[in-house]
Design a protein around this ligand. Structure first.
Ligand code: F6R
Length: 275
């Protein structure tokens, strides 16, 4: 098992900030944290509840978990997963749905029981969408909350698909439940490449787990890679918590001790020297 190379690990505003030597090392660092939780659950025969993300960032993390399952016999039989979000409307069977993404990158390649993998259903009728999200929150609560939430950051600072909502106070935003949301223009533009470069093909809405559940996770791992994230990473880590940059809420004093940011050098490039 390869150990990741870490360039810097510091405490910053109450959270842990790791700058890995490369993007691959950042993915390995996140994978090792997840493996620790999965192994511990397997050893003790207890459940591990993971909140998972999609997008480009976690792909190398999932590839490493799949490798560890194959080569080191890491078992997911005690794991329960809840994905952060799903486009809306979209069929779970659509090749571009997050359900399909998870199936491809993780679910079909490890021994996670199929009934333990939960992804919000982008095909629920519109009148039921918010209620379906509220049920998702209740399932997560009934499973004892999340042991770990894996996050990526949007270029506008979103976490899950909780887009900036500057008209809300931080307290109000932090308490938001899972719900149907309208996707931000930045988010849709960034997703267009996956939809054949056609912005009109990108769904206008999404179902997302809300900040209430995300921020309550017993461990939160945020991974950001590449120079396109450098500006928003610097804002999220150096500005006071603001609903203009949802990821900045990870600094809240009651949340920060449970948070680890993992960056590659490009994503960290606009941070002031934090040592
Ligand atoms: C995906 C999600 C989003 C992404 C974010 C970064 O499930 O919740 O918040 O994590 O948009 O996406 P990538 O990794 O593609 O840059």
């Amino acid at each position: 098992m390869l150990e990741p190379s870490i360039r810097q690990e510091t405490r910053h505003r109450g959270l842990t900030l790791i700058v890995a030597a490369t993007a691959h090392d950042a993915a390995l660092t996140a994978a090792r944290i997840i493996q620790g939780i999965v192994n511990e659950a397997d050893r003790r025969h207890v459940k591990a509840t993971l909140g998972l993300a999609t997008g480009k960032t976690p792909q190398a993390i999932y590839a490493e978990l799949v490798r560890a399952h194959r080569d080191e016999r890491i078992s997911f039989r005690h794991v329960v997963t809840y994905n952060l979000d799903e486009y809306y409307p979209i069929s779970p069977r659509d090749p571009l749905s997050y359900r399909t993404y998870m199936h491809r990158h993780l679910f079909a390649q490890v021994d996670l029981p199929p009934e333990s993998a939960h992804v919000l259903d982008g095909s629920v009728p519109p009148a039921f969408a918010d209620e379906a999200c509220q049920f998702f929150d209740r399932w997560i609560d009934a499973d004892g909350g999340l042991d770990l939430q894996l996050l990526g950051i949007g270029r506008n600072g979103h976490i899950g698909f909780n887009e900036p909502e500057p008209h809300r106070s931080v307290a109000e935003f932090a308490a938001l439940p899972s719900r149907k949301v309208t996707l931000d223009v930045v988010t849709r533009a960034d997703a267009a490449a996956d939809f054949g470069g056609n912005l009109d093909a990108v769904p206008k809405y999404a179902l997302t787990v809300g900040p209430r559940v995300i921020l309550a996770a017993r461990r939160i791992v945020m991974v950001a890679l590449g120079s396109s994230k450098a500006r928003i990473v610097a804002r999220a880590l150096t500005e006071d918590p603001t609903t203009e940059v949802p990821a900045s809420l990870l600094q809240l004093p009651e949340v920060a001790p449970r948070v680890t940011w993992i960056l590659d050098p490009d994503a960290a490039s606009l941070l002031p020297d934090l040592t």
